[in-house]
Ligand binder design. Structure first.
Ligand code: SF4
Ligand code: SF4
Length: 472
């Protein structure tokens, strides 16, 4: 078996030592335009994330994934198990979207949009910087003996982490059970909600463990997306990459040294300052190439751009690029492949939106009542009894009117007007009478229109059973 080469990045994780113990990462505070852009975006994302359960569209939450009651709300639209086809298409669109997106844009999601990265880097890490200082201060504090000052700072940090984890955990719970159920758990007698409270505690502890201890390990070991991205990326994908053509061979820079002088000495633009490594939250060296641990957070781009500016060289030694582009010495450009993938992603997104927003609010089924045969009325008409089931997916009552559209006849909803209660399925009986002259053999096709507030929402087809030896 091949010996592990501890100097080769491919042979070991940067976050584990030779005994397999955790190597704690102290990433330096990033600064630069990418970090500023990510910060602004993170405020928007955090606002949506925490306000999401409270935002109402047509009285429904923005997003609810109630697996227990099999109730799902997306963008205010309630989805029921009957909407399985939309779920199936959504799942296919989602999986295809992930594959296409990653193949084109690499791990853009991880660095800019993933809740784990946003919360870790933009909330928890910033609290840590505020209380314990930048990386050198944190390292020094951890190595220092336990004094009153250290206890106070550590206790303050972990109390804040725990409190925030409670908020994050409850937000997740609100996305699962809804805000009303969450408030009931908080305000009601705790003994009535032991299950809910147990989940509250569990979620809080899980998030605390992730943000206080587990951190980058969640992306490296747990997140399936991180694990299979290596199979999705290729040399055309846009990734955070080190331009080895321009950077190599590495060598120290002396004040006033021109790039010509460096070239003449066989040196590239990388001055070996390790700034890119110091800011990396996953502890890797991007100069080794694209690695599984890299979450494309762009911190190394900012760090290296800062260095390049100081030594008077163009920015972009580490940049968004494809490996093919770097090999050819090209800047990032929209290739036909990227344009094609982007169009495909747009089309998939539109398909999903089309399915979501053209889905009917009310779903009606009309079936002959079980075991009932036709009846001949005293006036010679024939009648069939039906059961109508109406699933109202909206959060308000919907008046339903059924009209027999073919053949001519009489349709009567037994028990009077039908109003489908909100978010419920209701059923009632319907009697349909046809004149003998309108029967076509043993089974006559019926067309029934479903109307709500005068607008036709559905057309139903069913059979009407009559006598077989019909002689019109
Ligand atoms: S920050 Fe730039 S110059 Fe410094 S080591 Fe990294 S790649 Fe080289
Ligand atoms: S290598 Fe760069 S982009 Fe990747 S995780 Fe580290 S700092 Fe972020």
């Amino acid at each position: 078996m091949k010996e592990v080469d501890w100097l080769d990045f491919r042979d070991h994780l940067s976050t584990a030592d030779q005994e397999g113990r955790r190597v704690w990462i102290y990433p330096r505070k990033p600064r630069g335009p990418f970090f500023r852009a990510r910060t602004w975006l993170s405020w928007v994302l955090l606002a949506i994330m925490f306000a999401g359960p409270f935002i109402r569209i047509h009285d429904n939450p923005l997003l609810l994934l109630n697996l227990v009651e099999r109730k799902f709300v997306v963008l205010g639209q309630i989805f029921w198990p009957q909407d399985l086809i939309i779920f199936a298409v959504a799942l296919l669109v989602y999986l295809t979207g992930i594959i296409v997106f990653t193949a084109a844009y690499g791990r853009f999601w991880c660095g800019w949009l993933c809740p784990q990265t946003v919360l870790m880097e933009m909330v928890f890490r910033k609290i840590e910087y505020f209380i314990e200082g930048d990386a050198p201060g944190q390292r020094a504090l951890d190595q220092a003996p336990w004094t009153a000052g250290k206890i106070v700072r550590k206790a303050a940090k972990h109390a804040l982490f725990l409190g925030l984890s409670f908020v994050v955990g409850n937000t997740l719970l609100a996305y699962i059970i809804g805000t009303d159920a969450l408030f009931r758990i908080v305000t009601d007698n705790p003994l009535n909600h032991l299950e809910g409270l147990a989940f509250m505690v569990l979620f809080t502890l899980v998030f605390y463990a992730i943000f206080a201890r587990f951190r980058e390990q969640a992306c490296t070991f747990i997140c399936p997306y991180g694990r299979f991205q290596s199979t999705l990326l290729d040399e055309h994908s846009i990734v955070v990459a080190y331009d080895y053509q321009r950077g190599e061979k590495r060598g120290r820079w002396h004040r006033g040294q021109s790039s010509e002088a460096r070239r003449a000495a066989g040196l590239g633009d990388c001055i070996g300052c390790q700034e890119c490594v110091a800011v990396c939250p996953t502890g890797i060296d991007i100069r080794n190439g694209t690695q599984m641990e890299c979450v494309h957070c762009t911190a190394c781009i900012d760090a290296c751009d800062g260095v390049m500016t100081k030594i008077g060289r163009p920015k972009g030694l580490i940049r968004y690029a494809s490996l093919e582009g770097i090999e050819r010495g090209e800047r990032l450009r929209i290739t036909p492949r990227i344009a094609g993938y982007t169009l495909l992603l747009g089309a998939l997104g539109l398909l999903l939106l089309f399915l979501v927003f053209t889905r009917s609010d009310v779903q009606t089924t009309l079936l002959r009542a079980q075991g009932a045969l036709f009846q001949q009325m005293p006036d010679g008409h024939f009648s069939n009894l039906y059961t109508v089931r109406v699933l109202n997916k909206t959060s308000h009552g919907v008046p339903i009117e059924l009209r027999l559209e073919h053949p001519p006849g009489d349709l009567q909803v037994l028990g009077g007007g039908l109003v489908a209660p909100p978010q419920k399925q209701t059923e009632t009986s319907v009697l349909i009478e046809l004149d003998r002259t309108n029967l076509t053999g043993g089974k006559t096709l019926l067309v029934v229109g479903v109307y709500s507030n005068g607008r036709k929402t559905e057309t139903l087809k069913t059979g009407f059973v009559g006598p077989r030896d019909d002689s019109k």
